[in-house]
Write a protein that binds this ligand. Structure first.
Ligand code: NOJ
Length: 703
């Protein structure tokens, strides 16, 4: 057994990243990470605290180390690319603590970053234990610019703050956002992950986790003086962090790093650190575009509830209800959306507010609110099953739990049976409100296990899942491909009824929330100003109409909502065409240019198609962006349809003016596109026909 200082390092396959493990003379495990010889993370400590044991932070000895290299390729059930390469080097450090506990630290270095985790193997004197803390340090090499949201245990629906690490003030920011009903008080200077940073010397660094299973989410405590981040696990109702059994492994702690921002967006490291699919036959899992009885509730022209506020649980009350007159989920209104979906080729219709309980749904912390099987009297389940099938449209069921998860757990098997009987193959779950069991948090181990249990239970029934208000995703859509999307961030809905999301929001989300997995952001809002519905209101989507189109490309999701009202699309059929055309499953994706907080330009090739789509979005700055078409086939002429902001467009003053142009390009073309302040552009690029080659002009750059 080695004693005293011990060190060992491994490099990424491309040789740029080095992770060095070192055991100090006091037996403390430490690690550091460099890129091209520059420090990313300076030597930082690692360790766990386990109830009734001395802290596992020092007094370790090395038993052995193993290194290996792995290079494999796997095919996701759906995704941004057709196949994914997993090429990494691994170092496993086997340690023995003075208390006799054996612990393995496993490091994997990829060409764009590092993953590492703690493993406690099966051992005679430690079978079941309580984790009371994790002591992982990320000792950053400077006062980086950070894009962060406060370390709230119950919600991630915050806009991002951009400050230096020395200026992170989570408490003040959290207190400012009173529109988030489920906030939990924040005691210390915690931020959530994925945490995005940009260093003064040009490195893009992102810290997150992969494969969050049977453990609580990791937040980061920010030390403003030393720029050290320390793991903080979300506690349970009695303050513990996790209850586990050996053999045990924590989620991977991930550090993506590159001198190019696009490398982080193109990274597949978080997916590669997740376990392969638990579902062997994935043919029933279908990427979808869907519409829904949804936006009308957010803009306030319809209600989820049928009869205003009263206790809905007794059948006698139900039969005596006086309808609000604005109930959205009626049979007739749902048919209107089914017709709309059928007319334009969309796969599904989401219906919210179809079931009893909404009168009581949130704010009361009540346990028994929804039963997930009783429709309101004006929602005819059998008739809608028949009608949707006759139009070849799938219905998507909504299960708002209002945080009462004990109730959902008791009822979910019946609810899924009810779904299957009535033709629903996709569910959108929701966890608005404080969690029951009371004292548990959205991001604690109890809830993490719940979300994962739901994904598994739905997989057993062949049902697809879109989860709202869950823990931030960590790549589990590889393991449970039926868990196709989550919200888990501040979505477009906030623009309907609050100060909303600033124009930069969608240039940050791909660098933060989306690194963990697809997001149901609900893009596609065409009627930008809420004063169209409520005269006098200043609420609006902080965007131009063209940017809403671009989001279908820049914000990856295999479940994409076409979120606005049918009439707002059908009155603008030319712009709507892009939403009808854009795929939700891809053979290839490349982020062409990006800067967090400023702009993103992404190109994707439709699955099984020879057609590319490009989305470009900007923050509040107007900019001219060059789009380089060198990804196209050199032997082909292409027809571009460009959906751009009109020259006078502006997210605030003139958000709905757009232009549509067509021109021919080749792989040598560089097209300059003007993005309005808060604007964007969407491009469809398909092989040109002979007729188009004659009729349509070639692109020529105007100076
Ligand atoms: C918040 C969700 O994000 C939204 O999509 C849903 O409509 C409401 N909760 C009601 O469940």
């Amino acid at each position: 057994m080695a004693t005293g200082t011990f060190a060992q390092s491994i490099q990424s396959p491309n040789g740029r990243h080095t992770v060095a493990f070192q055991l100090t003379p006091a037996g403390e495990p430490t690690y550091q990470l460099t890129i091209d010889g520059k420090p990313v993370v300076k030597p930082g400590k690692l360790g766990l605290s386990i109830q009734n044991l001395p802290a596992l932070t020092r007094d370790f000895k090395i038993e052995k180390t193993d290194t290996s290299t792995s290079s494999t390729v796997w095919k996701p059930a759906y995704g941004e690319v057709r196949e994914i390469k997993d090429h990494h080097r691994e170092l496993a450090v086997h340690l023995r603590h003075v208390s006799n506990v054996s612990l393995i630290l496993r490091f994997r270095v990829f060409n764009d970053g590092l993953g590492f985790r703690y493993e406690i193997p099966a051992q005679p004197n430690l079978t079941y234990f309580i984790v009371t803390d994790e002591h992982t340090e990320f000792r950053l090499n400077g006062n980086h610019k950070a894009f962060w949201i406060p370390g709230d245990y119950d919600t991630n629906k915050y806009p991002y703050s951009t400050t230096l690490l020395s200026e992170v003030d989570a408490l003040t920011v959290s207190n400012r956002h009173t529109e988030i009903g489920t906030r939990s008080p924040i005691g210390k200077n915690y931020v959530q992950t994925p945490l995005m940073m940009h260093s003064g010397d040009g490195l893009y660094i992102n810290i997150h986790e992969a494969a969050l299973v049977d453990y609580s989410a990791m937040q980061l405590q920010v030390d403003q003086q030393n720029f050290t981040l320390t793991s903080h696990l979300v506690p349970d109702a009695v303050g513990n962090k996790a209850y586990v059994r050996t053999p045990f492994k924590t989620p991977w702690r991930t550090i993506l790093v590159s001198n190019k921002a696009v490398d982080l967006l193109n990274s597949k490291t978080i997916l590669n650190l997740n376990e392969p699919s638990k579902i062997t036959d994935t043919n029933w899992i279908k990427p979808q575009k869907f519409v829904g009885v949804w936006w009308e509730m957010h803009i306030g022209t319809a209600t989820w509830d049928y009869a205003g506020t009263q206790d809905m649980y007794s059948p006698e009350i139900l039969s005596n209800l006086k309808p609000t007159g604005k109930h959205g989920a009626t049979t007739a209104n749902t048919k209107r959306y089914i017709d709309f979906a059928a007319r334009h080729g969309f796969d599904g219709v989401l219906i919210e507010g179809w079931n009893t309980g909404w009168e009581d749904w949130f704010g009361k912390w009540k346990e028994d609110v929804f039963d997930f099987v009783t429709p309101y009297p004006d929602f005819d389940v059998a008739e809608l099953k028949r009608y949707a099938a006759s139009k070849d449209v799938k219905l998507i069921m909504h299960h708002e739990t209002s945080g009462s998860v004990t109730n959902y757990e008791r009822r979910m098997q019946d609810a899924y049976r009810f779904m299957k009987e009535n033709g629903y193959e996709t569910v959108k779950t929701g966890y608005v409100g404080r969690i029951i069991p009371r004292g548990e948090h959205h991001d604690g181990q109890w809830m993490v296990n719940h979300y994962n249990r739901v994904a598994q239970a739905l997989a057993d029934q062949k049902i697809m899942l879109d989860a709202h208000e869950p823990v931030p995703p960590t790549g589990l859509h590889r393991t449970y491909p039926n868990w196709m999307a989550s919200e888990a961030a501040r979505g477009n809905e906030f623009n309907a009824w609050s100060v909303g999301n600033p124009p930069e929001h969608e240039t940050i989300l791909p660098f933060t929330r989306l690194l963990g997995g697809p997001m149901d952001y609900t893009p596609g809002i065409f009627e930008i100003k809420m004063s169209a519905y409520k005269p006098g209101t200043a609420f609006q989507v902080h965007t131009t109409l063209a940017k809403q189109l671009a989001l279908y490309v820049t914000m990856y999701s295999p479940l994409q909502m076409v979120a606005d009202l049918p009439e707002n699309y059908e009155s603008r059929p030319d712009a709507f065409q892009f939403i009808k055309d854009v795929p939700v499953d891809w053979d290839d994706s490349r982020v062409l240019a990006a800067e967090p907080g400023d702009y993103i330009i992404t190109a994707r090739k439709g699955k099984g198609e020879n057609t590319w789509y490009v989305g470009a979005v900007t923050d509040e700055e107007k900019r001219a962006v060059p789009i380089n078409f060198d990804f196209l086939n050199p032997r082909q002429d292409y027809l571009v349809t460009l959906y751009a902001d009109a020259l006078d467009a502006h997210w605030k003053d003139n958000p709905m003016n757009y232009t549509i142009q067509q021109f021919l390009v080749t792989h040598n073309s560089i097209v300059k596109v003007i993005l309005a302040a808060g604007g964007g552009a969407a491009l469809k690029i398909k092989p040109a026909t002979e007729e188009e080659k004659k009729r349509v002009k070639r692109y020529r750059e105007r100076r």
